[in-house]
Design a protein around this ligand. Structure first.
Ligand code: SF4
Length: 264
């Protein structure tokens, strides 16, 4: 935790995300100099600055390529990547599929508030159809991207969702994601209190939240996870959608093996 005070709007969901992250990292116990925290551009991408890990606020949408380069160069670093839904699924959308198939051992946290908050509330790739925003004054005519289904379809080995209103649950999924030995993804429905839909706010989320574990979901069942993920935007499931019970070797572990072979 750095001494810098976050400059998010009072009540922004991102405060909950950084708190959950502090707790998860405290439980994991890696010192800050062993952690690299990479982000893109947007309100949520300020988050590395509120930790004492190595941090890099990259250009818009390019957090994943930079993070993958860092992990390849320094495979022993714990690499975290964070950003918003616009950064991850619009400007940087093309990088997500390749990060997943390459499968470096890193954790990607998307603070999904269904809006571009930093630039004052325009449509983002996860804005619901019909939403009225400064860039869709008569209601959006586009269907949103489904981040959960997107990453599951590309084969991500760990996929979870959390909300800041459930701090224990959010901490748990972030910790599990970091411990997963490969690409892991956590979608956080992180409310934008200034420009977001009142239906997205923390109090409402608390009433709508459905914990996957309490509903008996088996996170090793990928097809069921995909079925549940299709309810993105209608049901608010939290917890682990999918955890590959037999994780394949990560790209960084393959690099280490290849180096040993070539040096032998
Ligand atoms: Fe958070 Fe929205 Fe304020 Fe950005 S504009 S800091 S997302 S509440």
């Amino acid at each position: 935790r750095s001494d810098l005070k976050p400059i998010w709007c009072p009540g922004c969901g991102d405060y909950g995300v950084v708190t959950a992250l502090y707790r998860a990292l405290a439980s994991i116990g890696r010192p800050p100099h062993e952690i690299a925290f990479i982000s893109g551009i947007g309100c949520s991408s300020r988050i590395p600055g509120y930790t004492t890990a190595y941090g890099f606020n990259t250009v818009h949408g390019r957090a994943l390529p930079v993070a993958q380069g860092i992990k390849m160069a320094k495979p022993d670093l714990l690499v975290l990547v964070a950003g918003g839904d616009g950064d991850g699924f619009s400007i940087g959308g093309g990088h997500v599929a390749h990060a997943i198939r390459r499968n470096l051992d890193l954790t990607y946290i998307v603070m999904d508030n269904h809006i571009y908050g930093l630039t004052k509330g325009q449509l983002s790739p996860t804005t619901p159809r019909g939403a009225v925003t400064p860039s869709s004054s008569h209601g959006s005519m586009e269907d949103p991207v489904n981040p959960l289904l997107y990453v599951l379809a590309y084969g991500a080995g760990f996929v979870a969702q959390g909300v800041p209103a459930d701090m224990d649950g959010l901490t748990k999924v972030i910790e599990e994601a970091i411990r997963y030995p490969g690409f892991s993804f956590v979608n956080v429905q992180s409310p934008c209190v200034t420009f977001g839909d009142p239906e997205d706010q923390a109090k409402v989320q608390k009433t709508k939240m459905r914990k996957l574990a309490a509903e008996g979901h088996d996170p090793s069942n990928r097809l069921r996870a995909m079925e549940l993920a299709q309810e993105y935007g209608t049901s608010l499931y939290t917890g682990v959608f999918y955890r590959n019970p037999n994780p394949p070797p990560s790209y960084d572990s393959l690099i280490r093996e290849r180096q040993k072979t070539l040096q032998a």
